[in-house]
Ligand binder design. Structure first.
Ligand code: ZN
Length: 247
């Protein structure tokens, strides 16, 4: 993890209106599927303060080579979606951020639609949404959202950006950061591991579920939680992937 955002502090707000060279962008405007995955990944890794993401962190997140990442970052910068900050990494422009939020909206609406309307389980929608998010138009997704009553959250508790690109920013804490005796309600769980989601479902642990931390093994060992009157052991990694709010 690089220190990242030191140089970001007081820049004269670039991003917004690209200077003179953007207009020929014409049909290059819609990012390709691969570019969309990069935009999402940068958005995910980017610190909220507007700092940068190192290309090595991006390479790891996406499972790509450093060379591939460098090329794509160059192409995103040419399209005005990102800017490369020498020695620090990459950050999204305003336009790149809006594009990322559109993809995140598509992903989350699709997941909820698959569950609510098509009977999918919460542990097998992510892969489907990963594919469909690149193909679905914004109009289709808006219609899916309308059919669902314009929901605010996806099945895993993640906020759904509005069609205007606004997303609720909720402060939450990881379950792993709490000590014994803490009473919390689950806000959000990571959605990218089906096995983990099945395990959570098996103990009745969903967004909205109340959980009490019973005990915590030292040295980042497993934690024991009480859910619906029963005790369960969660390893550190699993507990880190659960965002909660203290009651
Ligand atoms: Zn997902």
């Amino acid at each position: 993890m690089p220190p990242g955002d030191s140089s970001a502090a007081d820049r004269p707000a670039p991003a917004d209106g690209e200077p003179a060279r953007a207009p020929d962008d014409g049909d290059g405007e819609e990012p390709s599927g691969a570019a969309e995955d990069y935009l999402k990944a940068i958005y995910k890794l980017q610190p909220p303060s507007g700092g940068t993401v190192s290309t090595s962190a991006l390479a790891e997140e996406l499972g790509r080579s450093a060379a591939a990442v460098t090329n794509m970052v160059k192409s995103l910068a040419e399209k005005g979606h990102a800017e490369h900050v020498p020695y620090h990494g990459v950050r999204l422009t305003r336009r790149g951020e809006q594009a990322a939020l559109r993809i995140i909206r598509r992903h989350r609406v699709i997941e909820l639609y698959l569950i609510e309307k098509l009977g999918y389980r919460w542990d097998n929608v992510h892969e489907e949404a990963e594919r469909m998010e690149h193909a679905a138009s914004d109009e289709l997704v808006d219609r899916m959202a309308a059919a669902l009553g314009d929901p605010d959250f996806d099945p895993h508790g993640s906020p759904i950006p509005t069609s205007e690109g606004e997303m609720e920013d909720r402060a939450g804490v990881a379950l792993s950061d709490l000590g014994s005796g803490a009473r919390v309600v689950v806000r959000e769980v990571a959605d990218d591991d089906s096995e983990r989601l099945r395990y959570l479902a098996s103990m009745g642990l969903f967004p909205g579920t109340e959980v009490t931390v019973e005990s915590e093994a030292p040295l980042d060992g497993p934690i024991t939680v009480r859910v619906e009157g029963e005790s369960h052991v969660l390893d550190q990694k699993l507990a880190e992937s659960i965002v909660v709010e203290e009651l």
